[in-house]
Design a binder for this molecule. Structure first.
Ligand code: ZN
Length: 96
């Protein structure tokens, strides 16, 4: 091996998963944090759960709920607002 171009190798690096499992692997870092491992990945467990380490799915669903609420609010007003907007857009387009 050529000298000074290879990173330090840790044959017993400790990998920690977000599910709590730890295992020993060979790596160039002494400690590794992973989001999914063979103990919690659906392929190995057989379950059809959604992997969501950072709450991204939850955030997305909350956002959808928010938009639905807003849309229902808007729809209640829209009948009045639509007429006003149409009038405004017509007047502005004439000015240009
Ligand atoms: Zn895991």
């Amino acid at each position: 091996m050529k000298k000074n171009i290879h990173p330090k190798y840790y044959p017993k690096a400790e990998a920690t998963c977000t599910c709590g499992a730890t295992f020993i692997v060979g790596a160039t870092k002494p400690k590794i944090e992973v989001e999914v491992c063979s103990k919690c990945h659906p392929l190995y467990t057989g379950s059809k759960k959604i992997i969501d380490a950072r709450g991204q799915v939850e955030k997305f669903q909350k956002r959808i709920e928010k938009s639905k609420k807003l849309q229902s609010k808007i729809q209640s007003k829209s009948s009045k607002v639509k007429n006003q907007k149409e009038k405004k857009s017509k007047t502005t387009s004439k000015k240009k």
